[in-house]
Design a protein around this ligand. Sequence first.
Ligand SMILES: [Zn+2]
Length: 385
Amino acid sequence: MELDLTWILLGLPAAFALGWVASRLDLRQMRIANRQAPRAYFKGLNYLLNEQQDQAIDAFIEAVQNDPDTSELHFALGNLFRRRGEYDRAVRVHEHLISRGDLNTADRQRAQHGLALDFLKAGLLDRAEEALRKLEGTSYEGQARLARLAIYERSREWPEAANVARLLENSGEANFGVRMSHYQCEQAREAVQQGDSAKALAILSQTLRTTPDAPRPRILLGQLQLAQGQAQAAYDTLAPLFERSDVAAPLAAASLAKAAQAAQQTRPALKLLSTHYQRQPGMDVLEAITTLQANDPAGAATAQQHYLDHLQKQPSLMAATRWLTGQSSNAHPLPAPVQKALEQAIRPLARYRCAACGFEAKEHFWHCPGCQAWDSYPPRRIEEL
Ligand SMILES: [Zn+2]
């Protein structure tokens, strides 16, 4: 009994001592683990600041392994993978975050947004669209809708684009009226390409009723009516552009002249074009005027005078070339190589240029093929900008 008591008296302090040592060991272990995570995190941050993304990723992966519950590190990793073009890994990180049960709603939405961006950057538009749809009703809704709009425009899904534009307009993002008229015009263009002019006419007439001030549906409708032999209707459609001196009117000048000639409306058309030219002198309108005056016996001389007058208003190689070409029909013809050189010199000046990206083209675009911007081409040729 005495022996047992001695053992107990000796054992108790020993047990306390062992317990104390064990607890210190545990604490040390915990401290090391806790210290490792921030150290790896700061190491990653440091690499990131030095733009050493490879090393930053390694450090963040280490930090995530030490502390798999930290969502911020996962977000940082996901963004890094995406920025480096490692979309598979970025998707895996964001999908892992979404599948976690302990994530709060805000972080889950953030992960969903990250996932949508991964798919967008990877060019997987179907999957991006699906991921973006899941952001409806979240704080990312506006951004997600704009991204979906860009997807539909890129893939030329015009009815879908119109639906999203309507949602954006209703939520007060911006006014999408003109944009929606472009979608209608694109559908009309496709109908013409498929040989369905009746459908195109119906779409354009409807668009003109809803957006009477938008120049594109008016110009397209006028040109389509002209192609269909409805010269008077084409003239009536195009004339308002010149009556209100629309900046896009020069794009319709040649069509208006043709419609006027076919519909016996030369005199009122000349008046319209001349008034517009007085307000906004430009070569397209001037050429439409000279076309209409060509039937006049004094037309050639008048045209020459027009070009000279135009040159007095603004130096223009296009006008000078037209004047020289007109002169050459007299006794002293312009030698063919000179004519060819002049035509070559004015070609780049007669192009149109996107104000957003600088993309130049022989024809005017409403939707830039270079940067996908709408209405970024001024309706004037480069020499007149
Ligand atoms: Zn552009």
